[in-house]
Design a protein around this ligand. Structure first.
Ligand code: G1P
Length: 290
């Protein structure tokens, strides 16, 4: 039996400089894709995979994320009074229950590995999920994180979602080297964070969904700065790979990099086109653009 994964960590301390001025006073994670903030899409993905506790590693000026995952009692009462049941349902949908959220702060921008380490006491000594909120995944069946959970149920250990990118983009990501063979999940032999162009061991990137064992925290505690002068989660995973199993999963679905303007806009279009109530009208509007 593998230990159940109940908690998920969401690193949401990033400054969002690529979206200025939109993110001057508003966290980038609160930008909307269709009618939900990006972070809510990611929390919903985690919940659909069975996550019960949501841990946010925030930073200064991110308080509105905490408000978003709280109740808005006055608004609820007003909507109820006016009989606006659909709006009330939308307001309450996906709201974590009492005691299901925790917030801590990464006080300085020292990297993703450092952000995850900030959650060590909130996670405790149990395996956990890590979801990078810049990445949204559209899937027709089970969500990306749920697919990782399915693999974890048989493999245990650490499980990471991977996908292929064109070779000239590998230097922008963490890259995995996997063992030969067929199948959508394979053992990882090695990893490297942002390899110099032309040196990547494969074109399989670490795309932003992880299931990790708690031993990663001890490694992160002593982890030195790596690529970009930041403390990297990939470097800590490389150290853990010496004593624990890591499995790469080529998940079914399509990812959108909402940290880039083009990816964010594409996510809005793709997620809206998936909605029966929006698709016809949106297609009509798009056709009018030409
Ligand atoms: C982070 C990770 C990297 C991963 C990427 C996915 O990098 O360090 O391994 O491939 O997210 O988006 P960042 O995008 O924060 O530079």
């Amino acid at each position: 039996m593998t230990a159940p994964i109940r908690k998920a960590v969401f690193p949401v301390a990033g400054l969002g400089t690529r979206f200025l001025p939109a993110t001057k006073a508003m966290p980038k994670e609160m930008l909307t894709v269709v009618d939900k903030p990006v972070i809510q899409h990611v929390v919903d993905e985690a919940r659909a995979a069975g996550i019960e506790h949501f841990i946010f590693v925030t930073g200064r000026n991110k308080g509105v994320i905490e408000d978003h995952f709280d109740r808005q009692v006055e608004l609820e009462q007003e909507l109820e009074k006016r009989g606006k049941t659909d709006e009330l349902a939308a307001l309450k949908a996906g709201l974590p229950g009492p005691g299901q959220t925790s917030f801590t702060r990464q006080q300085a921008p020292l990297g993703l590995g450092h952000a995850v380490w900030c959650a060590r006491d909130l996670v405790g000594n149990e395996p956990f999920a890590l979801l990078l909120p810049d990445v949204l995944v559209q899937s027709n069946g089970r969500t990306c994180l749920a697919q990782l959970m399915d693999v974890y149920a048989t493999t245990g250990g650490n499980v990471i979602a991977v996908e292929e990118v064109p070779e000239d983009l590998t230097h922008q990501y963490g890259i995995v080297d996997i063992e030969d063979g067929a199948g959508s999940s394979r053992r990882i032999k090695g990893m490297v964070e942002k390899p110099a162009p032309g040196t990547a061991p494969s074109n399989l990137i670490i795309m932003g969904r992880y299931l990790l064992q708690p031993e990663i925290f001890d490694i992160l505690e002593a982890q030195e700065r790596g690529a970009g002068g930041e403390i990297q989660i990939t470097d800590a995973m490389i150290a853990l790979l010496e004593r624990q199993l890591f499995t790469a999963v080529s998940y079914e679905g399509k990812s959108f990099d909402c940290g880039s303007k083009a990816g964010f806009l594409a996510a809005n279009i793709a997620f809206a086109l998936q909605r029966a109530d929006l698709r016809p009208a949106l297609l009509q509007e798009i056709r009018k653009l030409n």
